[in-house]
Design a protein around this ligand. Structure first.
Ligand SMILES: *[C@@H]1O[C@H](CO)[C@@H](O)[C@H](O)[C@H]1NC(C)=O
Ligand SMILES: *[C@@H]1O[C@H](CO)[C@@H](O)[C@H](O)[C@H]1NC(C)=O
Ligand SMILES: *[C@@H]1O[C@H](CO)[C@@H](O)[C@H](O)[C@H]1NC(C)=O
Length: 210
């Protein structure tokens, strides 16, 4: 990866995958050929973070795979303003192609996206993030409710000599969409009325667990 940037013409020719001889088997069973290390996992996590905090289409093209898709009922809840009737049904792919993601994310304001934790295995990166001010626009409630989320990023190995050895191929992302809808002035809670106790399973307060 360190010397990948001197090989742009080979990358352009699609030849980078053929140069994969740098990493080899080690005693750690996870660290086999094609297995990402901690630094590479951080690159993947930061790549996604930059698409939320400083989106450019060039970055999206550079770090997302051509077969990209994104699943997030939390994002769909925002798109639908919390309405179960749509327009986008819950449970489907939020963005089923890189072009759709670019159109959707490219139309969003950049937000602060602070990575709290990163975990990874050979080809998947999991991160926990926090956004202290999800709605940077005017007219948002102040102070805003921070939004916390967890994202699983499945990657596609390109080759250790490629500019991006691991492209993000599938995103599974969920976060506190209730807080975000509050920040967007869509959900206006009655803060003098308390919600159901934990575990009640209903808004009536009836405890269905006992
Ligand atoms: C988001 O940040 C990028 C990089 O700084 C910038 O090019 C882009 O215009 C910003 N997008 C919006 C909607 O402000
Ligand atoms: C908020 O909830 C309280 C307690 O249930 C209730 O008395 C009050 O009328 C509610 N206010 C609004 C605006 O709905
Ligand atoms: C709560 O549970 C009681 C006892 O089972 C039942 O009679 C009542 O109708 C329930 N209330 C609601 C709002 O579901």
């Amino acid at each position: 990866m360190r010397f990948a940037y001197v090989l742009p013409t080979l990358v352009a020719l699609g030849a980078c995958a053929a140069l994969d001889t740098r990493q080899s088997e080690s005693t750690n069973s996870c660290h086999k050929i094609n297995c990402m290390d901690d630094d590479q996992a951080l690159v993947v996590a930061n790549n996604f973070a930059s698409l939320v905090s400083a989106y450019t289409q060039a970055d999206a093209e550079a770090v997302l795979s051509p077969t990209f898709s994104d699943y997030s009922d939390s994002v769909i809840a925002l798109i639908d303003s919390g309405c179960p009737s749509g327009p986008v049904p819950l449970g489907v792919a939020t963005f089923s192609s890189r072009a759709q993601f670019e159109q959707g994310q490219g139309g969003q304001p950049n937000i602060t996206f602070n990575i709290q934790n990163v975990w990874h295995n050979c080809d998947t990166v999991t991160l926990r993030w926090k956004g202290p001010q999800p709605n940077p626009g005017p007219g948002a409630p102040s102070p805003q409710a921070p939004v916390t989320g967890i994202i699983v990023l499945e990657t596609q190995f390109q080759g250790f000599n490629c500019p991006q050895p691991f492209l993000i191929n599938t995103v599974y992302s969920e976060f506190n969409s209730a807080a975000w809808l509050y920040d967007l002035n869509v959900f206006m809670p009655n803060c003098s009325s308390s919600g159901p106790p934990p575990g009640s399973g209903t808004t009536s307060g009836n405890n269905t667990n006992s």
